[in-house]
Design a binder for this molecule. Structure first.
Ligand SMILES: Nc1ncnc2c1ncn2[C@@H]1O[C@H](COP(=O)(O)OP(=O)(O)O)[C@@H](O)[C@H]1O
Ligand SMILES: [Mg+2]
Length: 283
């Protein structure tokens, strides 16, 4: 399989006029992804069956450019399976998944999807424990296709600035020489988010980012995500309702149940929804 994804193959859509989208959409980085209609992700009628059991059942969901979307729902609702479909880990048995207008995710490998600009953070942190915080960010930058040609050269001052900016954002400035293996669980999670940011993803997927964090770490993670708001398109799956309330603000929250959308609205709206209270929030 070629390492270079060809946009819109088989879709008969010419994506070339949107090649400079990074400059046409303000601060949102959407280069190579056609977001002319304002959405970065479209899932339509996605079904995933495991031996007849529908983990996703005609799931339809859109994410807008620059949106921070929270996805909640009981265990087994299909939240992780949804991320597996978006990242090409699981193929749906029916339905379509598009990244922007033209990129058909259901035809791509996990590798090509990652390189097209979808970054995913799994529940458990996966940092390079034997390397320093700085080196982890540097390595992540080198995995970014757009800077790969500089692999054997010294970091430019612009690249150093980028690392500094991310270090501050993930609250690890001052710890750049520490071995990643010596960080706390929460700090490793932040470092991994930082590594994803170094790759300049156009869509960032975070699966239960605060699981196992202390209350203080959870609060700082909420601050971090609030700082990213509007600069990146982000989907966050989380169980911690205090955390979700903190980052959802007036944005949309989607409640998944049995593989489809049960309710969608502001946090205040879904919290008052009788069906959501019945299946998830409890009385
Ligand atoms: N590879 C698999 N094989 C069989 N069943 C699976 C597989 N992956 C997930 N499931 C089932 O699909 C349902 C949805 O799982 P998941 O997406 O992990 O839910 P959530 O992340 O919302 O807790 C669960 O009932 C789970 O047991
Ligand atoms: Mg899950």
């Amino acid at each position: 399989m070629s390492a270079h994804y060809q946009p819109s193959s088989g879709q008969n859509v010419d994506n070339s006029q949107h090649g400079d989208a990074a400059t046409s959409y303000g601060r949102h980085k959407t280069a190579g992804v056609d977001t002319v209609h304002g959405a970065i992700l479209y899932l339509e009628e996605i079904t995933v069956s495991f031996d007849g059991f529908k983990a996703l059942n005609a799931l339809t969901l859109d994410i807008s450019v620059g949106e921070l979307r929270c996805i909640i729902g009981p265990n087994g609702a299909g939240k992780t399976t949804m991320m597996d479909v978006i990242t090409g880990k699981t193929r749906p048995s029916a339905g379509t998944a598009f990244f922007g207008q033209t990129i058909d995710l259901t035809r791509m490998t996990e590798y090509d999807i990652a390189h097209a600009g979808i970054g995913r953070k799994f529940q458990r942190p996966t940092v390079f424990e034997q390397h320093s915080v700085f080196e982890n960010l540097e390595l992540a930058m080198k995995m970014n296709k757009r800077v790969r040609q500089t692999l054997f050269f010294r970091l430019s001052s612009e690249q150093k600035d980028k690392i500094d900016e991310v270090l501050r954002l993930i609250r690890l400035n001052g710890s750049e020489t520490r071995l990643a293996g010596l960080l706390s669980h929460g700090q490793k999670q932040w470092l991994e988010i930082g590594m994803l940011l170094m790759q300049e993803p156009q869509l960032l997927l975070l699966d239960e980012p605060v699981a196992g964090m202390s209350d203080a770490e959870t609060a700082r993670t909420a601050e971090l995500l609030n700082e990213l708001r509007g600069k990146h398109s982000i989907v966050v799956v989380e169980h911690d309702m205090a955390f979700v309330t903190e980052i959802a603000q007036l944005g949309k929250v989607t409640v998944l149940h049995e593989g489809s959308v049960l309710a969608q609205g502001t946090m205040a709206q879904v919290q008052m929804d009788e069906r959501v209270i019945d299946v998830y929030l409890g009385r």
